[in-house]
Design a binder for this molecule. Structure first.
Ligand SMILES: Nc1nc2c(c(=O)[nH]1)N[C@H]1C(S)=C(S)[C@@H](COP(=O)(O)O)O[C@H]1N2
Ligand SMILES: [Mo]
Length: 420
């Protein structure tokens, strides 16, 4: 339940107020049922609070303690090579707070001393270079908001509805504002030779994460980023520096970036062959599926965020994103796809960034089959899971961007289901 800090008396009042008047919104006072939360002095009104020296680095209210990253036990055989999930059902707007960004580590969190960190560019370049963090700070930098989605996000759902909550089904994504140097400027400094067609970023963690990225992407919009939402990257996210590969699968966004090799062909390393690759029904595999297809999910109501106010005015909200551009439109259905209505987009619509949508309606208390469907700026429309299975079979655990369904019962309790 998401209403921990609410006192039962207040919940009772809200229910009464809604029942009393068809047009009632939560918060209307009524003389007949006095709300002690407004009629009585509360403890915090009668004592001085903490001073400005109490919290040098601010943390959320103690009543928000349930808003945390979580993992799935059976997926976490060893935490240093595992994943936790962003609590999407508790968030709003488009930005993910730094401390809530999901983490995916192949060899745990590298704790790097920035003064001892270096970034090397070598391979097919005129001048191999080694940069200190201070060197990187002297290049012109840019700010861009981008989502990072692991290709395995929703991967556990390929064969049917499984995990009960959008945190687990869709929480391998975060969206933050990055500050960094365009990779193009660093590559130009080194001078890419004419046969330099690929780059291979490498991480300084014990996994030495490596991926092959075509030079066109490297010179286009990749960033060597050292800030997220204005402050230094968190250790979990690659402090002191990570690669940002806008719109492309999270695995390519090498954290703790220490080296970029320029080559003339892809390296075909583990993470781009046996992993992050979709094996089709006919035994062939989709090769180089870098761009993340448009996707959306309703974050509330959802299994971890049930409707607790009873019938009447109800707010549906969710997020949508596309690796190919913006999201001009999201549709919402209450009946499992029979009727679709256009949702209301709110917040900045930025390229390859998360978008927020809302849909408000009067719930009559009957069961709902909630779905959202994203349209991206290229005209692509988010497919159903059945369509995806028809195209790709069920061998893969990657790149599942199918439409998610939540069943909401008369009590407002939500559950992960599928309709066909
Ligand atoms: N060096 C390094 N980079 C890495 C990884 C890693 O384990 N080591 N994991 C990758 C994977 S699979 C994903 S999905 C993203 C996750 O980024 P995050 O931890 O900031 O969410 O980082 C990528 N970059
Ligand atoms: Mo990933």
């Amino acid at each position: 339940m998401s209403d921990g800090p609410m006192k039962p008396s207040r919940r009772g009042f809200l229910k009464a107020a809604v029942a009393g008047s068809a047009a009632a919104f939560a918060g209307r006072a009524s003389a007949a049922t006095p709300d002690t939360a407004i009629t009585e002095l509360q403890p915090w009104m009668q004592a001085l609070g903490e001073g400005v020296d109490a919290r040098p680095y601010g943390t959320p209210s103690e009543f928000e303690g349930h808003v945390v990253r979580r993992n799935v036990e059976w997926l976490t055989a060893d935490p240093v090579s595992s994943v936790n999930f962003t609590p999407l059902h508790e968030l709003d707007g488009i930005f993910t707070p730094n401390g809530l960004c999901f983490e995916r580590h192949h060899a745990g969190i590298a704790e790097i001393e920035p003064a001892k960190h270096r970034l090397m560019i070598n391979g097919l370049v005129d001048t191999p270079l080694v940069f200190t963090m201070q060197d990187l700070m002297r290049f012109p930098r840019e700010n861009h908001a981008y989502f990072l989605e692991c290709a395995a996000n929703s991967g556990m759902e390929w064969r049917g509805a499984q995990l009960n909550g959008c945190q687990f089904t869709h929480g391998m994504i975060h969206n933050v504002l990055y500050t960094g140097v365009p990779l193009r400027l660093l590559l130009e400094e080194a001078g890419v030779k004419t046969n330099g067609k690929w780059i291979m970023p490498e991480g300084a963690d014990a996994s030495a994460m490596t991926r092959s990225i075509p030079i066109e992407k490297a010179l286009d919009d990749c960033l060597v980023a050292f800030k997220m939402n204005g402050e230094a990257l968190r250790p979990e996210q690659g402090y002191p520096v990570r690669l940002v590969v806008p719109g492309w699968e999270g695995n390519m966004w090498v954290k703790w970036l220490r080296r970029i090799e320029v080559g003339d062909e892809p390296w075909h390393h583990r993470e781009e062959t046996s992993k992050y690759t979709d094996l089709l029904e006919n035994g062939k595999a989709r090769r180089f599926t870098w761009e993340m297809d448009a996707k959306s999910v309703i974050t509330s109501p959802s299994p971890q965020a049930p409707i607790t106010h009873g019938k009447g005015h109800t707010v549906i909200t969710g997020v949508a994103w596309s690796g190919r551009g913006t999201i001009p439109r999201v549709d919402v259905t209450l009946d499992g796809g029979k009727n679709w209505q256009q949702a209301r987009m709110s917040g900045p619509s930025l390229d390859k960034s998360m978008h927020r949508f809302y849909y408000e309606f009067d719930w009559d208390g009957s069961p709902l089959l909630l779905q959202s469907r994203a349209h991206d700026s290229t005209g692509y429309v988010q497919p159903t899971k059945d369509q995806l299975r028809e195209w790709r079979g069920v061998n893969s655990i990657y790149h599942n961007n199918g439409i998610q369904t939540w069943y909401v019962n008369e009590q407002g309790v939500a559950e992960n289901v599928e309709v066909s």
